[in-house]
Design a protein. Structure first.
Length: 144
């Protein structure tokens, strides 16, 4: 049974984790394209400032999602007039609290790791598109 609980925690956080890592890597690549000569440390520091906002937004998303899924349990507890301490120590609410904490820890760890790999893998020079003078349009892919 504990394996199922662990599995639900992992699956629940994957969507948010995917969103954060993709947007963080994309931000690094865009910053590299804007300033190709930037040193790795400068790029990493700038990307981490963006990453802090990604983390905050995503943690709030996790908290709201898990709070929404626990709302029915809270309504039942309210109907039976149980105290907050009694509610917080129930298995269902405890699972939601643990899921939120695990998801938040995963996000906090994922952003700097993703940023580090993105800085390392982002190309250091950007190939400029060549403009053809005769046609007056940018050269692109064949047929484009």
């Amino acid at each position: 049974m504990s394996g199922i609980v662990a599995g639900t925690m992992v699956i629940a956080g994957l969507g948010v984790l995917n969103d954060v890592t993709v947007t963080q890597a994309s931000a690094v690549w865009e910053m590299r394209a804007l300033k190709p000569a930037a040193r790795g440390a400068e790029l990493f520091a700038s990307a981490m400032r963006i990453g802090r906002d990604h983390i905050a937004s995503s943690v709030y998303t996790l908290v709201f999602a898990y709070a929404g899924s626990a709302m029915t349990i809270l309504l039942l507890a309210s109907a039976y007039q149980r105290g907050l301490a009694d509610i917080a120590t129930t298995e269902e609410i405890g699972q939601e609290i643990v899921r939120t904490l695990v998801g938040a820890i995963g996000l906090v760890l994922a952003v700097p790791i993703t940023t580090l790999f993105a800085v390392w893998l982002a190309p250091t020079r950007v190939v400029e598109q060549v403009t053809t003078r005769s046609a007056g349009r940018r050269a692109g892919p064949v047929g484009g």
